[in-house]
Ligand binder design. Sequence first.
Ligand SMILES: Nc1ncnc2c1ncn2[C@@H]1O[C@H](COP(=O)(O)OP(=O)(O)OP(=O)(O)O)[C@@H](O)[C@H]1O
Ligand SMILES: [Mg+2]
Length: 586
Amino acid sequence: MIWRGIITKLWATIIAIVAIALVFLTILLLQFFENSNLHQTELQMHKIGTKSVQLIENGGDRRTALNSISDISGVYSAGSALVTNRDYWFSAPDKGFPRLNRHFFQSDPVLNKALVSGKFVEKQGAFSNGGTTPAKMIIIGLPVHTRLGENGALYIFQTLNIAQNAIDQSKKLIYISTGIAIILTTFFAFFLSTRIGAPLRRMRTAVLQVARGNFDINVPVVTRDEVGDLAVAFNKMRDDLKANMTALNQEKEQLAGILDNMADGVVLLDENGRIKAKNPPATAFVRSWAFEHDDARSPSILTEMLLSASGERKQQIQNVTTQGRFWVVILTPLYSRQKIRGAVAVLRDMTEEQHIDQMKKGFVANVSHELRTPVSMIQGYSEAIIDGIAETDQEKTDMAKIILDESKRLGRLVNELLDLAKLEAGHFQLNKKDVPLIDFFSHTVNKFSNLAEKTGIRLELETDAGENDCFVFDPDRVEQVMTNLIDNAIRHTSEEGWVHISVHLESGELSVKVRDSGTGIAEEDLPFVFERFYKADKARTRGKSGTGLGLAIAKHIIDAHGGEISVNSRKEHGTTFQFSLPDNGD
Ligand SMILES: Nc1ncnc2c1ncn2[C@@H]1O[C@H](COP(=O)(O)OP(=O)(O)OP(=O)(O)O)[C@@H](O)[C@H]1O
Ligand SMILES: [Mg+2]
């Protein structure tokens, strides 16, 4: 990890640059030293040689001349040798020089030329004489011709050790400066590491924390440079991110809340028709679909609709019935660019609406039937009377009675419709009174005694109310309720049957039950009997059939009193309607 760090890279780069520069410098310096040293040495030796040759050729005292030569060359750490046809002389400043003899100079092909051809010669190399270790030397030879006819050559030689020493010294200096450069670079790297590396590392940790969702982490702003600016920018980014995330989460929660509390079902599908999310009403739909089709996967209707939506590239609407409930499914495809990435299906439970719709249709049919039947009968019998079809007075009376009955029936239908319209619109006032219970209920029940007698039905009233017990309610409206309940009971009870009315006053509450031993109501019809126009007995047998409004009106009246009305029944086992009225004494 550390090797990949920016500081390490910087450090390595600087070291490499310093090293390369130093290597070049070393090579160039050494070459320069070597060349300049050699040149210097050659020049010196030339001067010494020329001076020495002059000393010998001037013809002074030979011994003094040789001593002077030895001294001059000694000053420059050089040695000298004189080779003539008469004698041989050698002088060296210290014992480090090999002892070169006449033979050495005469046998060397280059050096020999100074002797033989009288030329100036120069030679570099490792020289030794006999068994001595070779020494790196530079030797120059100058021809010598004295006035006394003596010929030969003077050789000046110098070891190259001095030059070598200087080079070694320079190398040492270069090594030291390399070491210093490395140490300085390392210090520089450490400095950078604390100034740049540490804040960057802190920022990296902070970024990772933020990525994990921890928005409380703060990057300290230590320096006022680009790194400091970066820390400030990071902290701002973190604040913005936190605000955005919070807003996003709140929006998500709001959306989830809305979805969960929606009456419509919402299903989110992926591109393969798999359910990715759904709300509670949608769960109910999926469950009932799975139950009906014995298939635990996504409802096939949704997959099919998604397929059509992909093909047609437009919204799909379908009606679906499952487990007796009626749903309208609206599927809207979701696009990601041109590709469909899924769909949102809205499932609306339209069971009630469909039921109401059907009821409305039924109502029109019912009302037209209800109206048509009495109207055509009135018309028919009136024509019969006018045309003189009825011959006897008795026949005429009978026909007129039918006309009267039918017009009453028509009147009742119109009144009930008007009543219901008023009740539903809320435009009616309860006319509450303190009503003596026994009087009221006996009167209401007695109205039906003739009818009961005619149809052979036993009609009974049972009550635990006292002679003077009173209760506050609207007597006309409650009588309307009782009339309908008793009328229904008698109409749905065959001969030899009974209708039992019980009235109880219990803890300030009036409870009334109308029981009969009649046909009963089928279980599937029970929840709907209080709806307007609902008729459980669909066969409209004359005389028995009503308008289907009576119970709807009754429920409105009882509700307006703040009471409750309910029904219990079993097919062929009779029916019980009961209602209760609270004592609100006003
Ligand atoms: N005691 C009962 N026994 C059997 N069925 C009943 C009884 N009471 C009501 N019903 C059923 O409930 C339906 C609704 O009754 P409701 O009183 O609202 O209408 P209706 O009697 O048909 O007409 P209306 O009362 O307006 O003349 C009836 O058509 C009948 O099928
Ligand atoms: Mg009725």
